[in-house]
Design a protein around this ligand. Structure first.
Ligand SMILES: [Cu+2]
Length: 717
């Protein structure tokens, strides 16, 4: 209803006393050179349209009673109308199926066998607000134009910095129905183009594309909203639950009978009603239903809200959603999110307190048996019950660092000139990127999504995961999947990574483990973090259900600003009876004539391709130091072998270490001074023993890399 062809947000279908439902009057002219003219002489029409004067007749599906799609016609330079039924997320399908029809009711959304969510589906509500806020990307620099989605209930804590400023991760269980409201507190001056509008474009779940796609595409309804503080009004007086009239600071011309009106915009108690009448003298609006909540004077009230509706019909794992108004310029500032579909009957908990949480990136997922007695595990044989979950966006295009993990980064350039101490928390403290803590053997699931213009990678040191986590022979338990410690992903590609053996790997080794974006420049820009596997129990880390805390009390080491303490032992990852193979390997310097001009740490070859700081068999060290080295060292071992490396640093000045991917090892053989792990690098003239175990032949080739300075070689099998 409303005024024809000048309305902002509603369609005029009013036609008193006439049996037809009519669309808006067509425009008088073609308006643009290529304007559609499906029926001759009717500008803006589609082929087959019927007309009553200058207004197209709205047609209906005789079986379902739904308007034939598309119901709307071009309305140039105007915003699409909001969806009917209070900006419903499922205007075509109906929000819920199989609700009983009310006799004498014309409610077209009742009695829908194909409504979006089954009538019995539990409904989870997410009142989301898009906020403009400064984000502390590194310990030194912030992005003043950050844009984050947050749950309204957490908005104050997020803006005050009490909650970490990260993109929003929310969860539903298989079978849940998601009821989302979105409002915006963006700032026009922060966004590219100077005109803030936002939406949530979802993937994978079931939804009605005309109302919940999160893109105002084609003839769909409006899916995006403007900041309510810019476009709308505020409550002039407090309103109490049960009241049907609210006072506003001014009545806007867009407030008309029949228009959907939101009260408490940007708050957890947001609610919607239809305007019955407007009093322009008293500045009051009368609604078609009593308020469900109390509202304070000054709260936002108006039309700038949108509702989406999602149904999680299957175990969809992690799902990328993002602003689609300007995703390209927005993602680097934080305008992305994740929806994770957890196994049926899961609950989500703060790992520190055990309290249930509504959102978050480091969360414990507690599994509960189904009422029907059937277990629906995350991945049978790998995670059959509760688990620890870490949400990772490898998020690029950030204005501060380009590369981040969840909008945070610890650039190498902020962490001194000694490459052997880059990742050491003794020296620098923990990075600002997500820190997952777990006890040895806890099931750990990483929900990773890549958001960037390049193909990036994500690697977890000291752990492996299966590329296909559900490719398991239920009779034999055999996994028909490659095992690896690195994934490669393009924009919006998602992975659910289940650490084989859980926290600490198959040998459940405590210690700090490095995770990072494997693209060299992104790693240097700071896209890395730590998983901390605690050797002893901690009061601020709850055990998972059916797991117990390790004995003793964990005390986190202090940041000393110094080198890590010396490792007591290389650890022993090998089972009894494994064949041991011993290698003597040395790090050497090659002659000056073979050194190139590139010298930054992290590179292992010079510009001519020669190897500047190789590792070689110790028996060949003298020759390598005299004549240089053409090829990286390759060492062959068999699956099931235990490997002992007597490593000697024969370099003149630089420290060196040996870091091997994918092979099983303890923190005493990681080869990386990460977090609060003990010293893993070797000064010139000294030696260290590293021990590894080749658990499975599907590792195939394990890259070896020096993290103390710069060298590269490989173990292969
Ligand atoms: Cu997308």
């Amino acid at each position: 209803m409303g005024e024809p062809r000048d309305c902002l947000s509603v369609v005029d279908t009013s036609d008193p006393g006439h049996p037809l439902y009519l669309g808006e009057p067509e425009p008088a002219t073609a308006e643009t050179p290529n304007f559609t003219e499906g029926e001759p002489g009717h500008f803006g029409s589609r082929p087959g349209d019927q007309f009553d004067g200058d207004r197209p007749v709205i047609l209906f599906d005789p079986d379902t009673g739904r308007p034939a799609y598309p119901m709307l016609r071009p309305h140039l330079e105007r915003r699409p109308p909001f969806a009917p039924n209070l900006h419903s997320g499922a205007p075509g399908l109906g929000e819920t199926g199989d609700r009983p029809a009310a006799p004498a009711s014309a409610n077209p959304w009742l009695a829908r066998p194909d409504g979006l969510c089954p009538a019995a589906a539990p409904v989870k509500t997410f009142n989301v607000v898009a906020v403009g806020t400064s984000v502390d990307v590194t310990s030194r620099k912030s992005d003043p134009q950050g844009m984050l989605f947050t749950l309204a209930q957490n908005k104050a804590a997020l803006l005050s910095g009490q909650l970490k400023k990260e993109p929003l991760a929310i969860r539903m269980n298989v079978g849940d129905c998601g009821a989302v409201t979105l409002t915006s507190e963006e700032r026009d001056e922060d966004v590219f183009g100077g005109f803030a509008k936002v939406e949530m474009h979802i993937h994978h779940v079931q939804f009605d594309p005309t109302g919940s796609d999160g893109t105002s595409v084609g003839y769909s309804y409006e899916h995006s909203i403007r900041p309510y503080a810019i476009e709308d009004t505020t409550l002039a007086a407090a309103a109490t639950a049960g009241e049907t009239t609210v006072a506003v600071n001014r009545v806007d011309p867009k407030y008309r009978p029949g228009v959907a009106f939101g009260i408490g915009l940007g708050t957890e108690s947001i609610e919607e009603a239809t305007i019955v009448s407007v009093d322009p003298v008293g500045n009051t609006i009368t609604l078609d239903r009593p308020l469900a909540h109390d509202h304070a004077a000054g709260e936002g009230a108006g039309i700038e809200f949108i509702r989406y509706r999602w149904y999680a019909d299957a175990l969809l794992d992690n799902i990328f959603w993002h602003d689609h108004v300007d995703g390209i310029h927005g993602w680097g500032h934080g305008g992305v999110g994740m929806l994770i579909i957890e196994p049926r009957n899961s609950t989500y908990h703060d790992p520190t307190t055990g309290a249930e949480v509504a959102s978050g990136t480091v969360v414990d997922i507690h599994s509960h048996p189904e009422v029907d007695g059937i277990q629906h595990p995350l991945a049978a044989g790998l995670v059959d019950g509760s688990f620890r979950e870490m949400v990772i966006w490898t998020l690029d295009d950030n204005p501060v660092t380009d590369s981040t993990i969840n909008l945070h980064a610890a650039p190498f350039s902020d962490r001194g000139t000694d490459p052997s101490l880059l990742f050491s928390s003794y020296k620098w403290g923990d990075p600002g990127t997500p820190l997952l803590r777990a006890y040895p053997g806890d099931p750990v699931v990483i929900r990773a999504i890549h958001v960037g213009p390049t193909i990036d990678s994500f690697r977890m040191d000291g752990h492996n995961f299966y590329v296909e986590k559900r490719a398991r022979d239920s009779a034999t338990g055999t996994m028909y999947s490659r095992v690896t410690d690195t994934i490669h992903s393009g924009v919006s590609e998602r992975y659910t990574l289940i650490l084989d053996g859980g926290a600490g790997g198959v040998n459940r080794q405590p210690g700090d483990y490095l995770y990072h974006n494997g693209i060299a420049r992104r790693f240097k820009q700071g896209a890395w973090g730590i998983m901390r596997v605690l050797p002893k129990g901690s009061a601020d880390l709850q055990p998972l259900p059916n797991y117990t805390k390790p004995a003793g009390t964990y005390v986190q080491p202090a940041v000393t600003g110094l080198r890590p303490p010396v490792a007591a032992t290389p650890g022993n990852p090998c089972p009894a009876g494994a064949i041991n193979k011993t290698f003597a390997i040395s790090a050497v310097d090659v002659p000056d004539s073979m050194q190139g001009t590139s010298g930054s740490h992290g590179t292992s070859t010079n510009v001519t391709g020669a190897i500047t700081a190789p590792s070689v068999m110790t028996s060949n060290a003298a020759a390598a130091k005299a004549k240089g080295v053409k090829d990286p060292l390759v060492v062959h071992i068999n699956a099931g072998d235990c490997v002992t490396v007597n490593f000697t640093n024969q370099r003149a000045v630089d420290r060196a270490s040996l870091s091997v991917g994918e092979l099983t090892k303890s923190g005493g053989s990681s080869g990386v001074n990460v977090g609060f792990d003990p010293e893993q690098t070797v000064p010139p003239g000294k030696s260290q023993v590293y021990k590894f175990y080749a658990e499975t032949p599907s590792i195939e080739a394990a890259p070896r890399r020096c993290r103390g300075s710069s060298m590269r070689s490989a173990f292969a099998r």
